[in-house]
Structure formats: C-alpha cells, structure tokens
Ligand binder design. Structure first.
Ligand SMILES: Nc1ncnc2c1ncn2[C@@H]1O[C@H](COP(=O)(O)OP(=O)(O)OP(=O)(O)O)[C@@H](O)[C@H]1O
Ligand SMILES: [Mg+2]
Length: 316
C-alpha cells in the first residue's frame, strides 16, 4: 500500500520535473522569439531609414539631372543665338557696306551738282554704282530675312500645326507636285512608293515641312546640275508608327559631315545661300512634334538614306 503511494508520488514528482523542464524550454523559446522579433524590428527600422536616405538621394539626383538638362538647354540656346548672330551678321554687313557706298556716291554727286561740274558720264557712273550697290544690299537683306525665317522654324512650339485625319499618300503626292517647277530644271525623278490610300491622324503641316526640306536637299546637294538622278520616297504604317523613307543615289556624305548634319548651321552650300538649318528643323519636328526618330545612312558616292518613324494617333 505504502509502496503504491510512494510510486504515485514519485510519478507525480517526475511529471512535475518534466513540466518544469518543458516550461523552462518554452520560456527559452519565447525569449529567443522575442529576441528575434526585436532584432527584426531593429532591422526594419534600419531598412526604413536607409530607404528614406536613398529616396532623398534619388530626389537630389533627379533635381541635379533636371538642372543639368536646363543648363544644357541654355548652352545649346546660347550657341544657337551666337550662331544666328554670326550668320546674320555677314549679309547685314554686305547690305550696310553697299548702302554706305551709295551714300558716298550721292554725296559726291551732290557736290558736283552744287559746283556745277556734273557731267553726263558722272551721272552714268552714279546710276551704275548705285544700281549695283542696291542690288548687293537687297541680296544681303534677303539672305538675312531667309535666315531669320528659317531660324523661327527651329522652334517647334512657334509653328502651330493642327492635328487632323487625312490620306497621307494623297497629301505626299500634292507636296511632290509643288516641286514640279524646281524638278523641271533638273534630271531628277521622284519615285513615290505608297499604298493606294493610307488614312492617318497626325500633323500635316509638320509632315510637309519634313518632306520639303528633305526633297530640297536632294535637289540642291545630291546630284550635280543636269546629272540624272532618282529620289525614292516610301511611306508605310506599322501600328502607331508612320515610317517614311527618303533615299537618293547621289553623291552621299562623308562620315564627318553625316555625323553633324542635324546640328544647326552645318552646310556645304553657304555660297549658294544655304543656311544649314533645314535638317535641324527636320530633326526637331521629328523628335518634338511627332515623338519620333530619324536616322541617316550615307557614304560618299553611295547616296543618302533618311529613315524616319513618326508616332501617329489612333483613328477616330
Ligand atoms: N541628300 C543629300 N545628299 C548629299 N548631301 C546632303 C543631302 N542632304 C543634306 N546634305 C548635306 O547636309 C548639309 C546640311 O543640310 P541642311 O538641309 O541642314 O542645310 P542646307 O541644305 O545646306 O541649307 P538650308 O536647308 O538651310 O537651306 C548640306 O549642306 C549638305 O552638305
Ligand atoms: Mg537643306
């Protein structure tokens, strides 16, 4: 009897011991869990702090990037303005010199007249010189006016152009027709590769400006006078892109020229009245008006190929 009770007490004691042990174990686990939790919380705090720091850095970087863009824009604008001033200076200088020469002629004529020494041959010389000076002054001022109107076109925002839906092939045919007189003086043939009908919603004025400048370039630069030539124009739509290709098989360009042609005032035809703004206007229109891209392939003697893709709107 006694030993039965002893046994039970012993078993109870054993159980108590086990219970104590497991309670100690679970306290240990709880403590470990709490330790791990507090480490996690600490880590979370640190992460949040470094995220805030990174965000601050990113903001600063973005602000710096914006500042750099603004600075670059200003630098580009500065050199553009300096370029225009430089370009316009020459023809205005010619006009000024010619007008001063005229002034001097008038002064001398007046003197001869007052001294009653004016002869018929003096009058002839006077008319001849004044006529020539006036002609030079007018060409100088015409060139300056041309430069200024091209310069105005550089700024895409200045050229208001209504977006509308139209048949782009019909439209290109009309533009090419406006070149009839210029083309008549050359042996250049225009070959238009366009579907029967291609309705797009886009900016007609800007598209016409792009084709005008590219076609004028083929007429003015690609072929020698009276050299037979071809300009191949192709247009096609691919999703929301309108791809325009203008290609000639004329004299082409060397790498140095090719790499700079989209910059303002780059021209090999200054003596023939070229301002070097045509392709800069094309570039700005493609990039800013259409959010598109332009790329040129050209090699001396192998012609030039302008690949343009323009983003167009969905049809209504
Ligand atoms: N199709 C082409 N073939 C050969 N050279 C070309 C062609 N297109 C452009 N170029 C070269 O690129 C230069 C720059 O062209 P851009 O249209 O900008 O100016 P420009 O035609 O000289 O003058 P502007 O167009 O302002 O009257 C030209 O002077 C010419 O040397
Ligand atoms: Mg040009």
């Amino acid at each position: 009897m006694v030993s039965g009770t002893d046994n039970r007490i012993e078993a109870l004691e054993q159980q108590l011991k086990l219970f104590k042990e497991s309670s100690r174990q679970s306290n240990l686990v709880r403590k470990r869990y709490q330790d791990a939790l507090s480490i996690l919380k600490q880590k979370d705090l640190e992460l949040k702090k470094s995220k805030q720091l990174i965000e601050k850095d990113l903001k600063m970087l973005k602000a710096m990037q914006q500042q750099l863009i603004e600075k670059e824009k200003f630098a580009a604008l500065g050199s553009l303005v300096a370029g225009v001033a430089h370009e316009v200076n020459t023809p205005i200088g010619v006009a000024m010199t010619s007008i001063s020469a005229c002034n001097e002629e008038v002064r001398q004529l007046k003197k001869l007249y007052e001294e009653e020494e004016l002869s018929e041959s003096d009058m002839d010389t006077f008319f001849e010189t004044v006529h020539e000076s006036m002609y030079l002054a007018k060409s100088g001022l015409d060139q300056a006016a041309r430069l200024i109107s091209s310069f105005k076109m550089i700024s895409v925002d200045q050229n208001f152009d209504d977006i509308r839906q139209f048949d782009v092939c019909e439209y290109l045919r009309d533009i090419i027709r406006t070149f009839k007189n210029q083309l008549k003086k050359t042996k250049i043939q225009v070959d238009l590769d366009c579907p029967q009908q291609l309705i797009v919603k886009t900016y007609p004025g800007s598209l016409s400006q792009i084709l005008n400048n590219l076609l004028s370039n083929v007429i003015n630069h690609a072929y020698k006078p009276q050299e037979p030539g071809v300009v191949h124009i192709k247009i096609e739509q691919q999703g929301n892109l309108l791809n325009l290709l203008v290609e000639d098989y004329g004299k082409g360009m060397d790498a140095a020229l090719k790499d700079t042609i989209f910059q303002p005032f780059i021209t090999t035809a200054r003596d023939r009245g070229g301002s070097g703004l045509g392709l800069n206007i094309v570039y700005n229109l493609v990039a800013q008006r259409f959010g598109g891209e332009i790329e040129v392939q050209s090699k001396p003697g192998e012609g030039s190929r302008f690949n343009i893709s323009l983003v167009v709107e969905a049809l209504e």
